[in-house]
Design a protein around this ligand. Structure first.
Ligand code: ACO
Length: 333
């Protein structure tokens, strides 16, 4: 059976980084390092420079991933960016990225909107294209510049996020028993209200009322998000293992969207997977939304911890609510 393989990864973190105390001072927030660490596990985050857009962050991560994959931009069939903070409402961030890469019109380029699950949704699309033979070289990017669209007067949400991009180049797997074993995606559209930007779209076009209510910025019901996240991430991870005849004991590495350390601790506990198997960077980078999975994967690869044949469980959840998992048998060399 034809499968998809990861050919190369790359990532990008903006130069500026702020500790919790520095963030509180710069944005005049009534909060503390202790509160943020205890509730979320976050100690630091990176913030894009004023002249940086999402596609600029994508470009850095993509160039790195393409170089490591040995793939030229013009060889790409598809460029898919998972993001909810594109350069502008349209065209897609992927279009700007294609131009900046000089990839040329051979490739189709589009964004996927699944919030923090965006890169996992993009990965699943890429996998279907490659498995079916419709594409040979696909660039998947998760990039988010959420610090531009969070409400800096809402201390319950703004302290969580950081800016970043992560990129993955995918192609056909040649080796038997290696590659992406499966991907599973789900959405519960009845939960749109617990994490969203309610204003500025077609339902409530941008006007003075939207501006006054700050409804063009991220709104989150943290407690509800927490509950849906723990339940859904466990369910979609179990679904992936069951379909492949595997158990949680077979998992060597977890590469998860890092929304919040407490969410991951709860999911790992429920699945009886030791937390040590979960690659963590939330303390240093915060919740990087769609960038989180590819960034974490890239850091895991750079850290030299993945061995040929290791089973990697990927999972993510974001506004929608939308969530998914991917199971991957690592192929080295
Ligand atoms: N610093 C200090 N105090 C704060 C802060 C802050 N940054 N934020 C909120 N508080 C206060 C509130 O004002 C409230 O005070 P009050 O009791 O006097 O009214 C108190 O802390 C408790 O507020 P809650 O919102 O109930 O805090 P909670 O314990 O639920 O923690 C949190 C908030 C961390 C967001 C939690 O709900 C959570 O972990 N939710 C998961 C959501 C999440 O991780 N989202 C990430 C984005 S979504 C995604 O990536 C999938």
């Amino acid at each position: 059976m034809r499968r998809t393989r990861i050919l190369g990864t790359g990532s990008y973190l903006p130069k500026k980084s702020l500790t919790n105390d520095e963030l509180a001072k710069e944005y005049k927030l009534e909060t503390s390092d202790a509160w943020i660490r205890e509730r979320t596990g976050i100690g630091n985050r990176h913030i894009a420079a004023p002249d940086e857009a999402t596609s600029d962050m994508c470009l850095h991560a993509s160039r790195e991933a393409l170089a490591r994959a040995g793939v030229k931009p013009e060889e790409l069939d598809l460029i898919i960016v998972g993001t909810i903070s594109p350069d502008m409402p349209f065209p897609a961030a992927a279009c700007f990225l294609q131009a900046k890469l000089g990839a040329g019109p051979r490739s189709a380029a589009f964004d996927v909107s699944a919030a923090c699950a965006g890169s996992l949704f993009a990965l699943s699309i890429a996998d279907q294209y490659i498995k079916s033979g419709a594409a040979k070289r696909v660039l998947v990017v998760g990039a988010e510049l959420l610090t531009r669209i969070v409400d800096w007067t809402d201390r319950g949400s703004c302290v969580l996020f950081g800016d970043a991009a992560g990129a993955i180049v995918l192609g056909p797997e040649e080796r038997e028993g290696r590659g992406i074993l499966s991907t599973h995606l789900h959405t519960d559209g009845t939960q749109t209200g617990i994490l969203c930007i309610p204003g500025g779209g077609s339902a409530r076009p941008f006007d003075q009322k939207v501006l006054d209510a700050r409804d063009m910025l991220v709104k989150m019901n943290g407690r509800e998000v927490y509950k849906v996240a723990v339940r859904s991430l466990e369910a979609v991870s179990r679904e992936a293992l069951e379909v492949n005849g595997l158990t949680t004991a077979d998992v060597d590495h977890v590469v998860a969207h890092q929304a919040n350390l407490r969410i991951l601790e709860a999911v790992m506990k429920r699945m009886e997977i030791p937390l040590e198997k979960c690659h963590l960077n939330i303390e240093k980078v915060g919740n990087t939304s769609s960038a989180s999975v590819p960034l974490t994967l890239d850091q895991a690869i750079r850290g030299g911890t993945l061995k040929d044949g290791d089973l990697i469980l990927m999972m993510a959840i974001g506004g929608g609510m939308s969530w998914g998992s991917a199971l991957l048998r690592w192929s080295e060399g």
